[in-house]
Design a binder for this molecule. Structure first.
Ligand code: N01
Length: 538
């Protein structure tokens, strides 16, 4: 097969669907490629028990269509995996997006043909060429399964949460082990505990978690959000992280002890990511963060009956929210169940997987029927690296990123002309509400492609612009407490051998948007648009 779209978009999640819609609207011929057999991206693959979004449903959705906003009905404060997938299926149908996608089509490599001034995209179902290549492969789509000796010998079933079987996994009455206590493990553990015969949680790092306070959305609440969408979207656009919350202006350190405790209690009752919005400066002021961290540790001790287990669950090695803060439903209380035990694998690491379970370094054995890896992802750079991209002069992306992933604005990479990356490393992406960032990135890329088409130009980031942006991304992270979580996936520290570079842009969504707008208004100098014809004759 050799067809010639103007643009190939890789991925059919939130980003790929909107990119196809938006770019098609410019009159471009667009071809979407998706490895899975349907739309959904993250929400197609993450079907583990308890999978649910941490952003609230009324704003974890597209804003580009007011009609869509009004006609879709969310049933709960936080949407579950099946509901988000239904939403994305609805979007695909409503905007007739499937006709431009080839599903069950995995990109295995892509390279620049400089003579033809095109990208050549190789898949397991044929080859496409295109003038522009747009990646919409997500930030958390490359599963990180730890390399533990003996895994292949395990006689039970094991699964990574991000590759959960569509037919589900029967854990009823079984001995289940979960490795990992990040956002995913913290969502899955309470649900698995309800049906497992025994659940053993292998914890390496204790985590701060805030109660989600999920509940059905009442018809009054839903109608209120629908009536308020203009104001909600404005709040998101002016925010640090794409959530429509007004951040408190109260200085918690100035409050007497009782009032401070009341403020934290009210924030705890509000639940979810609103907790952070109630505590000003929590990511920039160590004393404020200490106060919030102490409060959460107190809550863990109040909830968990066994004091030793409560202490083992209390984070002491990183400030609150410097690792992505999970939100939960009954996570800490789950450790009061008689069928749940906690194993500290920092103190006694997993030595090997045996046919019948897990053996720790001390020799202790935990027999298991099912082993669940909630061990996260090779974040941000991983999904791009596995596309096998080669830019000008045949240089691979892996080679270009040998010292760490750098981009310009998270949207393009020097040496890779006419490649555009939605939520790439260096974008605010995972530090924000993803649909908000995705729409901004796609709109910005669409404007750039229209400019390139109208003026017959090519574009790629200059090395100077990319180096400046890398420095700014580092400074933005250093202005916060985020780098203090030295084992965080934000830094790439969760994947052995991955260079340590702070990957997302921590300077805030609104600031990022202004920087992007200024770049566009100035004629995209950081992308150095150049004439296609002059280039061909040169
Ligand atoms: O992954 P993680 P996640 N032995 O990397 C542990 C998003 N998300 O899938 O901290 C033992 O955060 C690891 O331990 P440590 C969200 O952005 C969103 O939970 O490295 N343990 C950690 O406890 C989130 O942040 C939603 O010491 C090992 C855990 O595994 C991101 O996805 C819902 C280990 C991994 O935690 C990733 O979350 C869920 C080993 N060899 C997730 N290797 C929404 O609501 C790793 N660990 C949208």
């Amino acid at each position: 097969m050799d067809t010639a779209p103007d643009v190939v978009v890789i991925g059919a999640g939130f980003a790929g669907l909107y990119a196809v819609h938006r770019l098609r609207g410019l009159g471009l011929r667009v071809q979407g490629l998706e490895a899975a057999d349907g739309v959904g991206g993250t929400w197609h693959h993450n079907r583990y028990p308890g999978a649910r979004c941490d952003s609230e449903s009324y704003y974890y959705c597209y804003s580009f269509s007011p009609e869509l906003e009004q006609e879709w009905h969310w049933s709960e404060r936080y949407p579950g995996q099946t509901e988000i997938l239904s939403y994305l299926d609805h979007v695909a149908d409503r905007f007739d997006l499937r006709r431009d996608f080839s599903f069950s089509t995995r990109v295995v490599a892509a390279h620049r043909d400089e003579d033809a001034d095109r990208w050549v995209v190789e898949t397991d179902r044929g080859r496409w060429t295109c003038r522009w290549l747009v990646t919409a492969v997500g930030c958390l789509s490359s599963a990180n399964v730890p390399d533990i000796p003996g895994l292949e010998s395990f006689a039970g079933r094991w699964h990574h949460t991000g590759q959960w079987p569509h037919e589900g996994v029967d854990v009823a009455g079984r001995r289940v082990g979960v490795v990992g206590t990040g956002s995913t493990g913290i969502q899955a553990i309470p649900v698995l505990a309800e049906s497992a015969g025994h659940l053993t949680v292998f914890q390496r790092t204790a985590n701060f978690s805030i109660p989600a306070r999920n509940a059905p959305l009442t018809s009054e609440e839903a109608a209120g959000y629908k009536a308020d969408y203009t104001a909600i979207r404005e709040l998101q656009q002016g925010s640090t992280n794409g959530h429509p919350f007004v951040v408190s202006d109260v200085d918690v350190l100035a409050l007497p002890d009782g009032e401070r405790r009341d403020l934290f209690e009210r924030a705890w009752d509000r639940g979810g990511l609103r907790f952070r919005a109630a505590v000003r400066d929590v990511l920039t002021d160590t004393e404020v963060n200490d106060a919030a961290s102490d409060f959460i540790r107190t809550k863990i001790h109040e909830t968990v009956h066994d004091a030793a287990v409560a202490e083992a669950l209390s984070p002491r090695d990183h400030p609150f929210a410097t690792k992505r803060p999970p939100i939960d439903t009954d996570y800490f209380a789950t450790y009061n169940r008689p069928n749940v035990s906690l194993v500290d694998v920092r103190a006694d690491p997993i030595a090997e997987i045996t046919p019948d379970g897990v053996r720790l370094a001390s020799g202790a054995r935990h027999p298991l029927d099912v082993l669940v890896f909630a061990t996260g992802f090779d974040a941000l750079s991983g999904p791009l690296l596995r596309l096998g991209l080669r830019g000008s002069d045949g240089r691979s992306l892996a080679d270009a990123w040998a010292e760490g992933a750098t981009t310009y604005l998270g949207l393009g990479v020097a040496g890779f002309p006419n490649l555009f990356t939605i939520t790439g490393p260096g974008s605010p992406s995972v530090l924000t509400n993803m649909p908000t960032s995705i729409e901004q990135h796609v709109d910005w890329i669409a404007d750039l492609l229209a400019h390139l088409r109208d003026h017959d130009l090519d574009a790629e980031p200059t090395r100077e612009a990319q180096a400046r942006w890398a420095e700014h991304v580092r400074e933005a992270a250093d202005a916060t407490l985020l780098p203090r979580a030295s084992s965080s996936w934000y830094l790439g520290a969760n994947v052995p051998g991955k260079p340590r570079v702070f990957l997302p842009y921590a300077g805030g969504f609104a600031r990022y948007r202004e920087i992007c707008d200024a770049e566009a208004a100035a004629g995209y100098p950081g992308f150095a648009p150049r004439s296609r014809r002059r280039r061909a004759s040169a």
